[in-house]
Design a binder for this molecule. Structure first.
Ligand code: SF4
Length: 353
């Protein structure tokens, strides 16, 4: 299965961010590490697992010192499969030393670059410069990371063809293997919520052009992901079980002590509360219908596609009709979309079959 560990610390808060992350709280690092390890060990006692991927996300994992991860990995490593994909997220403000140390225990790194335009970075509330981002990607490459991702945001006020083209052309010159391209969404409770759509550029033609332009250098394999496939994310879209650990982390597993049924589980969001009670706080049973709906939707957003084995005969008939109309492609085992952007309506069409 997959393993996700959440690091809810950041050094500043970006204007668009609604992730579970907190600024400061340095005094909690040690206790947070202990809580993560204790939760991991507890799970391994009651439901032992081996992991094909590890993803450390946030927040900003690079806020914490490298020693934190050496201790964390010491506890976890015996349960990682030999070819495990081990990813960690980082901010371009991470030190060269930190990145070099991480290169010893992780094989994939993901930088929150967002743009190489200084004004856009300022508007987004990012605390790094374009130069820092370029430099740290190079450092990661020199530190032996086999896979390097950068996140880019589009659909932001001020975006135009020239700005986005420059972002992509700089990225093309860097030793990266992957780009995650996210369109800006306005989340409640963020500074951008006050600006509303004024913070966005909703020009659909520009957004479509950006996706196609990314795709020309980094093949698109999911609506927001381009380049060499991230096995961890692919696992989510394939409907694999994932263990989630940490404040605000979500997991999805078959639970032996709950009748071997599938559950999604949620933890305390507040770091202090998680440290006091590092166990799932809310359990949501995932029925077969819910699981099937998610598989169809996530499959249609990505190269995973929809396995025929999970569809009813009438849903297969509906999918075949959509194939004749040119919206899907059929292989012996799957249906694949002709465009990832049609995932929503196609899911509804198939489910109504
Ligand atoms: S660095 Fe990432 S997690 Fe932290 S505030 Fe910015 S967007 Fe949110």
């Amino acid at each position: 299965m997959l393993l996700y560990i959440h690091i809810p610390f950041c050094s500043s808060k970006c204007n668009y961010c609604s992730f579970n992350s907190f600024v400061g709280k340095k005094g909690l690092w040690r206790d947070y590490l202990d809580a993560l390890i204790s939760q991991f060990n507890r799970w391994q006692q009651i439901k032992p697992a081996l992991f094909e991927t590890l993803f450390i996300g946030g927040g900003t994992p690079s806020t914490l010192p490298s020693s934190f991860y050496f201790q964390l990995l010491e506890a976890i490593s015996p349960f990682l499969l030999p070819n495990c994909e081990k990813s960690i997220e980082a901010n371009p403000t991470a030190s060269r030393e930190w990145i070099a140390q991480m290169g010893k225990i992780f094989n994939r790194i993901s930088f929150g670059v967002q743009s190489f335009n200084p004004d856009k970075l300022h508007f987004l509330g990012r605390n790094h410069t374009p130069q820092m981002a370029m430099e740290k990607v190079e450092v990661a490459f020199e530190s032996g990371f086999k896979e390097i991702n950068i996140d880019l945001i589009y659909g932001v006020k001020g975006d135009d063809y020239s700005l986005l083209e420059k972002d992509i052309s700089i990225a093309e010159k860097l030793p990266i293997t992957h780009i995650s391209g996210y369109s800006l969404t306005i989340e409640e409770g963020t500074p951008f919520a006050q600006l509303g759509t004024e913070a966005q550029n909703l020009d659909e033609e520009l957004q479509l052009w950006f996706i196609q332009r990314l795709n020309s250098s980094f093949p698109q394999y999911e609506i927001s992901n381009f380049g060499k496939t991230c096995r961890h994310n692919l696992g989510y879209w394939e409907g694999k079980e994932y263990r989630g650990i940490g404040a605000g982390a979500v997991g999805f597993e078959k639970i032996p002590w709950k009748g071997n049924r599938f559950f999604r589980y949620y933890h305390h969001y507040q770091i202090e509360k998680f440290i006091g009670e590092p166990t799932p706080q809310k359990w949501e049973e995932i029925s077969w219908e819910m699981w099937q709906e998610e598989r169809i939707f996530l499959g249609l957003r990505s190269i995973v596609g929809v396995p025929k084995a999970i569809l009813t005969p009438s849903q297969i008939e509906r999918a075949k009709e959509l194939t004749h109309s040119g919206f899907l492609k059929e292989t012996p085992s799957h249906f694949h979309p002709t465009s990832f952007t049609l995932a929503d309506p196609l899911t509804l069409e198939i489910l109504e079959g």
